[in-house]
Ligand binder design. Structure first.
Ligand SMILES: Nc1ncnc2c1ncn2[C@@H]1O[C@H](COP(=O)(O)OP(=O)(O)OP(=O)(O)O)[C@@H](O)[C@H]1O
Length: 247
């Protein structure tokens, strides 16, 4: 079996549907710290149509990563409505959220988050093994080849460069063909050229498979490659600008 071909891609060549794949209304996040409660998100309304690429920008501490955690169900909103991939996260428990992440959401972090004792192919196959997919390793091979790592299937993360590790993380995020790819500073630990290669890969996969992309970044040039730039400030959305994406 191959990595999904363009003809298998659900939205390639067809008009985008209007229904948002991410729909946030009045989302707040308040966390308790030793110094007391901290209001981290202060009423976020955001609707992202399927297939859109969105950059989340804003100063350090403005709440970008926290918002991403809420949108992936890794952090529960304190109040408001969080509907992602058609599921109302506010009504679901941990197991259900984990199952949705496994089916519909891919996440790439700055620091890769690979399992150090597992080879590249084992790391990539893991999400499909959780879904009891008999073709887990076959698919993992196909996706690793797609990200240019056909010669590295049996290396553990410690035997891979940073850029290679991020390619493995990207392959793992995409292997189950998620509706949405969330990426939190995915090039933050990479040199400029390697970072560019990873972003080219992310944008090309986003375009080919119609995957919705939410990218947290401090890099203005990178943000402009997205169709939309959402600027955060102090836990709120300060601006939402539609760019003519140059990706
Ligand atoms: N577990 C926590 N408990 C209390 N406060 C927290 C916690 N996690 C994050 N914060 C605070 O929430 C605010 C938003 O943090 P967040 O990491 O979302 O910002 P960010 O915009 O992603 O920043 P950066 O660009 O520096 O990564 C910060 O002021 C941070 O100190």
């Amino acid at each position: 079996m191959q990595f999904p071909s363009v003809s298998e891609a659900p939205h390639a060549g067809t008009p985008r549907r209007a229904a948002p794949v991410i729909d946030l209304k009045g989302v707040t996040l308040t966390l308790k710290s030793r110094a007391g409660s901290v209001d981290i998100l202060r009423g976020i309304d955001l609707a992202v149509p399927e297939g859109q690429s969105v950059a989340l920008v804003g100063p350090s501490g403005s709440g970008k990563s926290s918002l991403l955690m809420v949108m992936t169900g890794l952090e529960a909103a304190t109040s408001g409505r969080v509907v992602v991939a058609g599921e109302d996260f506010t009504t679901l428990g941990e197991d259900a959220l984990a199952a949705i992440r496994g089916r519909s959401i891919g996440i790439v972090f700055q620091s890769f988050h690979l399992i150090p004792t597992m080879t590249a192919i084992e790391n990539v196959a893991l999400p499909l093994e959780f879904l009891n997919r008999a073709d887990a390793f076959e698919r993992a091979e196909a996706v690793l080849s797609e990200v240019g790592l056909s010669g590295r299937f049996h290396h553990v993360p410690g035997q891979l460069s940073g850029g290679e590790q991020q390619r493995v993380a990207l392959a793992r995020a995409l292997v189950a063909e998620p509706k949405i790819l969330f990426a939190d500073e995915p090039t933050g630990n990479l040199d400029g050229e390697t970072g560019r290669q990873i972003m080219d890969l992310i944008f090309s996969l986003h375009r080919r498979f119609g995957t919705t992309l939410v990218l947290v970044t401090h890099d203005t040039a990178l943000a402009k490659r997205c169709e939309r730039v959402v600027a955060m400030h102090d836990g709120r959305i300060a601006a939402s600008i539609h760019e003519t994406a140059s990706a």
